[in-house]
Design a binder for this molecule. Structure first.
Ligand SMILES: [Zn+2]
Length: 211
């Protein structure tokens, strides 16, 4: 039976879900399942730009610079390739969460992307506490691969796979940064409450049957 669910507003930012605690996982979560059907949030190039903006990767002027290229072959190819990469990463993350080794083809693809679209670094001097940060220059659609590939490489290389899991109730993935490390749901609003309500209803039924 299909479960009818409506995702509440609180887990959305500009029409996208940010419950993953990691850019790569939020990227995977751009294809949630709602009312039993996969929901493609990266529906066109403009949506892709809006996701990058919502994720804090593109400023409004940067988004406006890329927007006119939306009808180009490069934009269409980038959107297709971005979705393909997302689905490849989804399979890889799922297996990796379970302790599997990364496929060589995934490692090679990420290395190729990082070589072609590297992140740049800069030193920010503000007061007496200079900071170092990564940035990229989004001149053409393909440049958007820079932060995505960088983030995926960092996830696999520096995050404990035991702390990354798929929600017990839905297709969303998250990085469990809780102290105890026992988070089971993508979010309390999306799935936690649903489970609690289901458990409560089951207890009520049990109680009613006893009477
Ligand atoms: Zn969930």
């Amino acid at each position: 039976m299909r479960q009818r669910t409506t995702i509440p507003d609180s887990d959305w930012r500009d029409g996208f879900l940010f419950v993953g605690n990691h850019l790569t996982l939020d990227f995977l979560n751009t294809r949630p399942v709602q009312n039993g059907e996969p929901l493609e949030l990266l529906s066109d190039f403009s949506a892709l730009l809006r996701w990058f903006h919502a994720a804090g990767l593109l400023s409004i002027p940067e988004m406006a610079n890329l927007q006119p290229q939306g009808g180009s072959v490069a934009a269409r190819r980038t959107l297709d390739a971005m979705r393909q990469l997302r689905e490849k990463l989804r399979k890889e993350v799922l297996a990796w969460e379970g302790g599997a080794h990364l496929h060589r083809s995934t490692v090679e693809e990420l290395n190729q992307l990082m070589a072609a679209y590297p992140m740049l670094s800069k030193l920010q001097a503000s007061g007496n506490a200079p900071s170092w940060e990564l940035w990229f220059e989004p001149r053409q659609p393909e440049d958007l691969f820079a932060p995505v590939a960088d983030s995926a490489a960092k996830l696999f290389a520096s995050v404990d796979h035991n702390r990354v899991r798929k929600c017990g109730q839905c297709v969303l993935h998250f990085y469990d940064t809780s102290k105890k490390g026992t988070r089971r749901w993508c979010s309390m609003q999306l799935c936690g409450n649903r489970l609690k309500v289901a458990a409560y209803a089951a207890r009520q039924r049990l109680h009613a049957n006893k009477e």
